[in-house]
Ligand binder design. Structure first.
Ligand SMILES: Nc1ncnc2c1ncn2[C@@H]1O[C@H](COP(=O)(O)OP(=O)(O)OP(=O)(O)O)[C@@H](O)[C@H]1O
Length: 361
């Protein structure tokens, strides 16, 4: 077991116009499940590969258990890396799949068999050792993935999009046994995923990357409730946060009929005269408030539990679409005029339009 530190970790691919991983500083605690998330191409896989020693660093360092591993060969780092999908070989049994990292290292057959049995029991797949992956459920396949990841007693496990292409329905991902097993085993784990739903449901903490840079690191609830940048606000949540650019004049920005007053620290943190106002779909309501945001319903989608209403409004002469999660009251029809209000107690998220950074609360 070990903690992991990235210090100014940077990787620039040959011919690239910007670093794939750009000055990343992240501390991963011993035994923690840290989910690296962010859009495709944000640098998650490259960062994991740098930790595993499969990709060099152009600047900065990576420490495992306090030791700089820059000059340590990949197989001596104590990092186990699981690539996209379950990456289980379909023609091999669960036993052979788990044993693979040992057979590749030419461990003795006897000690390998004993170790496979041990981790299979630990991971709850001992009853399936003679089955092929296709013959078992997704739960067993994920447990097998984890068993294979820990069979060589690594200090750190890296999982790169383990659920991608696995056919695991989105709604079942929160119950991923990978996360439950990780907690039981207490092994330091970095888990990369493009899915904010996966990140939200399994992480101890999440680190959001965008264009190779760390945008924010924190507990999922903390990052969701106080996104540090526009990129984080956009990325987390399903559907994502509504973001509308508005002009700040004399300490007030207007979102339709809604006046948003800026505190002095917020006003002085602005780098220009524009800010971005963020409001989550669940924080908007469709009502009759006269001082709300006048809009026209352009799309109404029945989710089965509620309605997602897309309403078009004009802010500072520009059209903006706002999505409202509508839970009760009459459902507007396409083309109907509506007035949107911000629910009592809801948070408006304010960002500087120039830098993308959150304004002080
Ligand atoms: N071997 C490589 N050579 C050149 N560019 C690369 C290489 N690997 C990755 N990149 C680029 O580096 C950037 C980061 O890619 P990376 O795969 O790390 O992102 P990611 O967040 O893991 O994306 P995804 O979720 O799609 O895998 C991208 O712009 C990608 O095109």
């Amino acid at each position: 077991m070990a903690d992991v530190r990235f210090l100014d970790a940077t990787r620039v691919f040959h011919g690239a116009w910007r670093p794939a991983v750009d000055g990343v500083d992240i501390d991963v605690r011993d035994g923690e499940l840290l989910v690296l998330t962010g859009p495709s191409g944000s640098g998650k896989s490259t960062l994991l590969r740098m930790l595993a020693g499969l990709e060099p660093l152009d600047r900065g360092s990576v420490l495992i258990g306090g030791k700089d591993v820059g000059r340590t060969a990949p197989d001596k780092r104590g990092v186990s890396m699981i690539f996209q999908g379950f990456a289980l070989f379909p023609h091999q049994t669960i036993r052979e799949n788990i044993a693979l990292p040992l057979t590749m290292r030419k461990s003795s057959a006897k000690s390998a068999a004993a170790r496979v049995q041990q981790v299979a029991e630990l991971c709850g797949v001992a009853d399936h050792l003679n089955s092929k992956p296709d013959a078992v459920g997704y739960d067993v396949r994920q447990r097998t993935t984890m068993a294979r990841a820990i069979v060589r007693r690594p200090d750190v496990v890296c999982l790169d999009e383990p659920l991608a292409g696995s056919g695991v329905p989105l709604m079942m991902r929160g119950r991923s046994p990978i996360a439950a097993l990780q907690r039981e085993l207490g092994i330091t784990t970095l888990y990369a995923t493009c899915s904010s739903v996966d990140a939200w449901s399994i992480a101890d903490r999440i680190a959001v990357l965008d264009s190779g840079r760390v945008q924010q690191v924190g507990a999922p609830a903390e990052v969701f409730s106080k996104p540090a940048t526009i990129a984080v606000a956009q990325f987390l949540g399903e559907p994502g946060m509504n973001l509308v650019t508005a002009l700040a004049e004399e300490g007030v920005a207007r979102l339709g009929g809604l006046a948003v007053g800026l505190t002095p620290p917020q006003a002085s943190a602005l780098t220009g005269n524009r800010l971005v106002i963020g409001v989550r779909p669940e924080d908007l309501s469709i009502g009759a408030e006269s001082d709300g945001i006048r809009a026209t319903a352009v799309l109404v989608r029945d989710t089965g539990r509620d309605y997602l209403v897309t309403a078009r409004t004009v802010v500072d002469g520009e059209e903006s679409d706002l999505v409202v999660r509508h839970t009760n009251g009459p459902v507007p029809v396409k083309g109907e005029s509506v007035v949107l209000g911000v629910r009592a107690g809801a948070t408006l998220h304010l960002f500087d339009a120039g830098s993308g950074a959150r304004l002080p609360d």
